[in-house]
Design a protein around this ligand. Structure first.
Ligand code: NAD
Length: 250
C-alpha cells in the first residue's frame, strides 16, 4: 500500500487531496497547525474510509523540528512515504510599501521554506528507495501578477522554479517533482463575495472546486504521469489564458 503526506491537509484543497488519495486506498498522513481541526477531520475521514488509512501530525511547516517529527511519525505509522504534497500556504493582500517585514517573512516561511523543509525531510528515504513523487502547490498567482499581492506572487513563482530545479536534481533517483497551480478555488482562502466577479474571467464562467485540483495532484503523483517532471499544470477554469482583449464579436 502506498503512502502520501499532505501538508495543510485538514481544510480546503488539502482536504480534497486527502479524500482523493483515500478513495484510491492510499495511506494518508495529513498535517496542520490546528490540533482541534485535525482531530475532527481525522474522526470524520476515519468513519468514511477506515482508521487504518489515515493519521495526522500537528506541525508548522516552517518549523524544522516539527517537520522532522512529521517524517518520523509517518515512518512509524505507515513506513516510507511515496508521495509528498506541499499544499500548506497562506496569502496576504498588501502593497509592498505598506507591508510589515513580518508578514513578508511569514508568507515566504510558509509557502517556500515550508515546501523546502518538508522536501528535505522526506527526500533521503525516496532517494534510498529510488522512487517517489513530490507535488508542490503553487497558484495561478505564481504564473501571473495580481494587484496588491507581491509577496504571494513572488512566493508562488518561487515554487514553480523550485519544481524545475528539484526535478533536475532528483530525476536520477527516480523521483519526479511537479507542481499544480490552482486558479481561484472555492475554499475559505477565497473571498466568497468575489465569486461572481472571478467567474466572469473564466471561459467556463466559474471558479475551480477543490476536488478538481485534487484530481490533478493525484495525476501528477501517480504513474499515469510517469514521463512528466519539472512541470506546472494550471487548474484554473481558464482564468489566466486571455490577453485581456475584449469580445470583438458575439
Ligand atoms: P486553506 O486556508 O483552506 O488551506 C491552507 C492550509 O494550510 C490550512 O489548512 C492551513 O492551516 C495550512 N497552513 C497554513 N500555514 C501553515 C503552516 N505554517 N504550517 C502548517 N500548515 C499551515 O486554503 P486553500 O485554498 O485550501 O489553500 C491550499 C493551497 O492552495 C495553498 O498553498 C494556497 O496558496 C493554494 N491556492 C489556493 C487558491 C484558492 O483560490 N483557494 C488558489 C491558488 C492556490
Amino acid at each position: 500500500m502506498k503512502t502520501v503526506v499532505i501538508t495543510g491537509g485538514a481544510t480546503g484543497i488539502g482536504l480534497a487531496i486527502a479524500e482523493c488519495f483515500l478513495s484510491n486506498r492510499w495511506q494518508v498522513m495529513i498535517t496542520s497547525r490546528n490540533i482541534d481541526r485535525l482531530t475532527q477531520v481525522i474522526e470524520e475521514l476515519s468513519k468514511r474510509y477506515g482508521d487504518d488509512l489515515i493519521d495526522c501530525f500537528q506541525a508548522d511547516v516552517s518549523n524544522e523540528a516539527d517537520v522532522i517529527g512529521l517524517q518520523k511519525k509517518t515512518n512509524e505509522r505507515f513506513g516510507k512515504a511515496d508521495v509528498i504534497v506541499n499544499n500548506a500556504g497562506i496569502a496576504v493582500w498588501k502593497h509592498v510599501h505598506e507591508m510589515e517585514v513580518n508578514d513578508w517573512d511569514k508568507i515566504f516561511n510558509t509557502n517556500v521554506r515550508g515546501s523546502f523543509l518538508v522536501s528535505k525531510a522526506f527526500l533521503p528515504e525516496m532517494m534510498e528507495a529510488h522512487r517517489g513523487a513530490i507535488v508542490h502547490i503553487s497558484s495561478v498567482s505564481g504564473l501571473c501578477g495580481d494587484y496588491g499581492m507581491t509577496a504571494y506572487n513572488a512566493s508562488k513563482a518561487a515554487i514553480v522554479n523550485m519544481t524545475r530545479s528539484m526535478a533536475l536534481s532528483y530525476g536520477k533517483y527516480g523521483i519526479r517533482v511537479n507542481c499544480v497551480a490552482p486558479g481561484p478555488t472555492n475554499t475559505s482562502m477565497f473571498p466568497q463575495e468575489l465569486k461572481k466577479v472571478f467567474s466572469k474571467n473564466s471561459p467556463l464562467e466559474r471558479i475551480v472546486e477543490p476536488d478538481e485540483v485534487a484530481k490533478a495532484v493525484f495525476f501528477m503523483a501517480t504513474d499515469v504521469s510517469s514521463a512528466i517532471t519539472g512541470e506546472t499544470i494550471p487548474v484554473t477554469a481558464g482564468f489566466e489564458i486571455s490577453t485581456g482583449q475584449p469580445k470583438m464579436i458575439d
